[in-house]
Design a protein around this ligand. Structure first.
Ligand code: FAD
Length: 304
């Protein structure tokens, strides 16, 4: 069994999440080969064949050109699986490959058990098991779901070329604005989830954070609702944090959120549902209405 892994780099540096693809490949019990749009300055620690598309020539993001080169590798190597990260890059490119090859695609995979793909559904309350019926398949994996594996060694580079036409020109990345808050260095984070209920109730989170000397974080629905600014979103499409103490208030524990908090020292979850998935990874689960518990906790910690 052979798996073509599609790595990623940003501004010439390999993204560490690329090593999670090797974790998925191991679960597939397959031999990995790697495609990367990158540069020789940012090569992976891996001793196998690396199909390298020079990012200076073909861009780090160009689905037309990258699709063409990945299809060349597929034709040459005939892999059983083509595996992407479920990133903005993978979400865009994977279906183009699946459609071109007319094979199945399984997206946002969080585990692979005996060739069956596990996906989350119903806000991570349930897992869905999926098998592919085509002989080959395209797969995207949820960032943070698979343990990274660094195979070690120096890759054997096969330089890729294409004359394909592109309808897209990569213009570059925009740096985050000065308002970007770096939660990565915070020692204590109090995060608001949808269970906080209203924008007004987020004052309970800000208050406790101020008293504990911590920072405020948020799950995606809270950001989408405009209750807390986007720069404080934590998770696979937000920031990755590693505080000593993480207090999740009204957060269910979807895999995309957990991806951002798994390096936290001690996780306290406050949730009115004792079966909320976050209870599986929390060090302490407080079963309570967060709008009642937070004022009581704040009062307790401010008492001399
Ligand atoms: P919910 O899942 O709705 O959970 C609310 C929780 O609050 C429930 O457990 C409920 O029991 C509890 N609750 C309700 N009322 C109360 C109360 N009064 N007191 C106490 N508890 C209460 N999400 C992120 O957070 N970060 C990301 O970066 C991210 N990226 C994503 C990327 C993709 C591609 C996709 C598809 C999704 C992403 N998501 C992300 C969304 C993610 O899948 C979940 O939908 C989201 O994390 C759920 O947020 P939540 O836990 O706040 O809300």
């Amino acid at each position: 069994m052979k798996t073509l892994l599609i790595g990623e780099s940003r501004e010439g540096r390999l993204l560490n999440a690329t090593y999670e693809l090797f974790g998925a490949s191991e679960k597939l019990k397959s031999e990995p080969i790697l495609f990367l749009a990158g540069t020789e300055a940012g090569l992976p620690s891996y001793a196998g064949t690396l199909y390298l598309a020079d990012a200076k020539k073909y861009g780090e993001y160009n689905p037309d050109l990258h699709k063409n080169m990945i299809l060349q590798v597929v034709e040459k190597e005939n892999p059983d699986y083509v595996v992407f990260l479920h990133s903005s890059y993978g979400r865009d490119l994977a279906p183009r490959i699946a459609a071109s090859l007319r094979i199945g695609q399984v997206s946002e995979v969080v585990d692979i058990v005996d060739g069956t793909f596990e996906l989350t559904c119903c806000n991570a309350r349930m897992h869905r098991s999926v098998r592919v019926s085509t002989p080959r398949a395209v797969v995207t994996i949820q960032p943070g779901a698979f343990s990274p594996i660094r195979p070690g060694g120096t890759p054997l580079i096969q330089a890729m070329q294409t004359d394909a036409l592109s309808s897209i020109e990569f213009a570059g990345y925009e740096p985050a604005g000065p308002e970007q808050i770096d939660l990565g260095k915070a020692g204590i984070i109090i995060s608001a989830g949808r269970g906080i209920g209203t924008k007004e109730n987020t004052a309970l989170i800000w208050n406790l954070a101020r008293i504990l000397g911590g920072e405020v974080g948020a799950s995606r629905p809270v950001v989408d609702a405009g209750w807390i600014e986007h720069s404080r979103q934590i998770g696979s499409t937000g920031q990755t944090v590693s505080p000593e103490l993480y207090i999740a208030c009204g957060i269910s524990g979807a895999i995309q959120h957990l991806a951002g908090i798994k390096n936290s020292g001690y996780i306290v979850a406050i949730n009115k549902d004792r079966d909320a998935p976050i209870g599986e990874i929390a060090d302490a689960l407080v079963v309570a209405d967060v709008t009642q518990f937070l004022p009581a906790l704040t009062e307790r910690v401010t008492k001399p």
